[in-house]
Design a protein around this ligand. Structure first.
Ligand code: ADP
Ligand code: MG
Length: 250
């Protein structure tokens, strides 16, 4: 579902991604761990067109992200194609970024109605079902400001799912939450994983990674230092940098 090859990204003279390689198969969950500043968010943002890479390539479901290949050459995609590609990728951020002036239901319905111009009644039914799935049936008519952080983040997940993405990206989805609200968001993500969603999750929740990840990816200094199944990377890391990081967060 995702194939990143030798991805490079710089901001001015600062090289943030220095050749990231990552493969995520359909239905798999990859958890990305690593110290602050190692390029985790930048990498997710590159997959979702929020940043443009300087070298290398990223494919999502066989589609080259941001470029078309013609006659052996890469051509930048037009805005319309970029928008189409982005529709198939859902992203959830540390900060929930809900629309404050819309109800929970309206938040979830907004993109399918406005961006995809789907039938409103169908979108409403689907959105209600998604809100039920994340445990918020009783909050559909509330405004984001009336919800806890954990509830808002669950709305953000439902909102991303409303576009029927084939890939979900999570960037530290529980880092801004009070500790007692972390579990309810992780539970929704576990369900999603169990149902076969392909997910890349940047997180410091080692317990979640151990339980849910097919592949744990340790990033440091703009490269993937080490990756593999949780029982190898978390329980028995080989690289010194991974050991040092885990000893701090475990
Ligand atoms: P992480 O998510 O692992 O903490 P980031 O991808 O957010 O790391 O950031 C990696 C590095 O890139 C940091 O040094 C950060 O300051 C820098 N960076 C991120 N975004 C930008 C930007 N838009 N402009 C300049 N520097 C950036
Ligand atoms: Mg980050």
């Amino acid at each position: 579902m995702v194939r990143a090859d030798n991805v490079h990204k710089s901001f001015g003279s600062l090289e943030v991604l220095k050749g990231v390689d990552l493969t995520v198969a359909s239905g798999e969950v990859a958890c990305v761990l690593g110290p602050s500043g190692s390029g985790k968010s930048t990498f997710l943002r590159c997959i979702n067109h929020l940043e443009k890479i300087n070298a290398g390539r990223i494919e999502v479901d066989g589609d080259l992200v941001g470029y078309r290949e013609r006659g052996g050459k890469l051509h930048e995609m037009g805005e319309r194609d970029v928008a189409r590609q982005r529709q198939s990728i859902g992203m959830v951020f540390q900060r929930f970024n809900l629309f404050p002036h819309m109800t929970v239901l309206q938040n979830v319905m907004e993109a399918p109605c406005r961006v995809k111009r789907e039938n409103k009644a169908e979108v409403r039914d689907r959105s209600r079902a998604l809100l039920e799935r994340v445990g918020l049936s009783d909050k559909v008519d509330n405004y984001p400001g009336q919800l806890s952080g954990g509830q808002q983040q669950r709305v953000a997940i439902a909102r991303a799912l409303a576009m029927r993405p084939k890939l979900m990206l999570f960037d530290e989805p529980t880092s801004a939450l009070d500790p007692e609200l972390v579990g309810e968001v992780l539970d929704v993500m576990k369900d999603l994983a169990r149902e076969g969603m392909t997910m890349i999750v940047v997180t410091h929740e080692i317990g979640f990674a151990r339980e849910v990840a097919d592949n744990v990816v340790f990033m440091d200094g703009g490269v993937v230092v080490e990756q593999g199944p949780p029982n190898e990377i978390i329980a028995n890391p080989q690289q010194e940098r991974t050991k040092a990081f885990l000893s701090k967060v475990l």
